[in-house]
Design a protein. Structure first.
Ligand code: HEM
Length: 381
């Protein structure tokens, strides 16, 4: 259990969490216990155990977050809940993020990424991570204005806000303004640093692997050339047919494993393979350990998108979690990454500045100093 009260907290938060988890797993096996932030915790590094907690007996493991996070986002946001309220909110959020809904966003995402990249051109040093986030901050600034306008004009849009504003439960009750605000902000919160972190890793991995970059460039330039010749914009079906880029995105999600683990809390004593997980204990499924297990991913420290030419074994690849709380934004996140990579690889070259290695945690892992980089547009059309 480590030191009384502090347990493994210092080790976990003061160093690369990979080292903490990997060394514990090596010493104690796939299931082990420690104290994190004063709470007794069971850590799970086996895919069967993770499935047991997140899927099979999900009702016995409730989500748990620090109080500060609940306050920051708003306590009515869906990730803090279980049961009927969670199911209701999840349907609304999922509906607005389904492929049918997001396919209409291609043109907007394309225009936004193209203009952001345009503003990076010229060899100034860009803090890649910071800039990836800034583009998203604009969204939250306009949120309250849109809510006001929608309510005033009684607009019936089918997007996330529209779904939240127009939903009625079986008794005809609408969501309160607080529930709407908490969930809209909650989705922005869940969407922001996550996607920005992975995009930053993609910029780095492509930079560090020139052969792969060439393959991605040739895939994306062919699409751009075709669109230019036919006077068309990037469309949804083209985003469904970018196999090389798609594998780079999957491998970036695996390598970076930006959500290294998640937390649940046992709501009753639960037995798993002869171990008792006592009521009130935290349980941590360790996604990163599974993504870096050589049994499932040969030579796991190597960035090798070709490994995804074959589908990974069941429950070994969970960058978006698993079960009732799995990420409803995964299709949108992948769409944004595909479109960003399309614009970047087909039109720009870039050079990382300063140290090429090192990771910082805040709390998601990103390349050191947010990957300071210079960008140049290759062809001015
Ligand atoms: C690469 C980017 C992303 C990654 C790696 C990611 C990963 C995850 C993971 C692992 C979970 C599950 C956490 C758990 O089980 O405790 C999750 C939940 C969630 N994600 Fe994402 N996410 C990403 C982008 C997005 C985007 C773009 C959105 C929305 C537009 C989004 C919205 C959500 C929401 C609302 C939840 C909570 C779902 C629930 O509790 O039912 N995420 N995400």
């Amino acid at each position: 259990m480590g030191w009384p009260f502090i347990g493994g907290t210092l080790q976990l938060y003061s160093q690369d969490p990979n080292i903490f988890f990997a060394s514990k797993q090596k010493r104690y096996g796939e299931i082990f216990k420690t104290h994190i932030l004063g709470c007794p915790c069971v850590m799970l590094a086996s895919r069967e155990a993770v499935r047991f907690v997140l899927v099979t007996l999900a009702h016995l493991f409730k989500p748990t977050y620090p109080k500060s996070k609940e306050k920051l986002i708003g306590p009515a946001a869906l990730f803090f809940h279980q049961g009927d309220y969670h199911i209701r909110l999840r349907k609304l959020v999922q509906g607005s993020l389904s492929p049918e809904s997001i396919r209409n966003l291609v043109a907007d995402i394309d225009a936004m990424t193209a203009s952001t990249l345009e503003s990076w051109h010229g060899g100034r040093i860009i803090n890649t991570f910071h800039e990836m986030k800034k583009a998203r901050k604009r969204l939250s600034e306009i949120l309250s204005e849109i809510i006001r306008e929608r309510k005033e004009k009684k607009l019936l849009e089918k997007d996330l806000l529209g779904c939240l504003l127009n939903s009625k439960d079986e008794n005809g009750e609408v969501l309160t303004d607080d529930q709407i605000a908490d969930n809209a902000i909650g989705v922005l919160f869940a969407a922001q640093d996550t996607t920005a972190s992975v995009m930053t890793w993609i910029v780095k991995y492509l930079h560090d692997n020139p052969k792969l970059l060439e393959a991605v460039k040739s895939e994306q330039k062919a699409i751009r050339k075709q669109n230019e010749e036919e006077g068309k914009q990037l469309n949804w079906s083209q985003t469904r047919n970018m196999p090389v880029t798609y594998r780079v995105i999957l491998e970036s999600l695996r390598m970076a494993s930006i959500i290294s683990f998640t937390f649940r809390e046992a709501v009753a004593d639960v037995e798993y393979k002869g171990y008792i997980i006592p009521k009130g204990w935290k349980v941590m499924p360790l996604f990163r350990n599974i993504h870096h297990d050589p049994e499932f991913f040969t030579d796991p420290q190597k960035f090798d998108p070709s490994r995804f030419e074959v589908a990974p074994k069941p429950n070994t690849f969970m960058p978006f979690g698993s079960g009732v709380h799995a990420c409803p934004g995964n299709e949108l996140a992948k769409l944004e990454m595909l479109i960003m990579t399309h614009n970047l690889a087909s039109n720009y070259r870039w050079e990382a500045v300063g140290s090429k290695s090192g990771i910082q945690y805040g709390p998601f892992p990103v390349p050191r100093h947010g990957l300071p980089t210079k960008f140049w547009k290759e062809c001015i059309s």
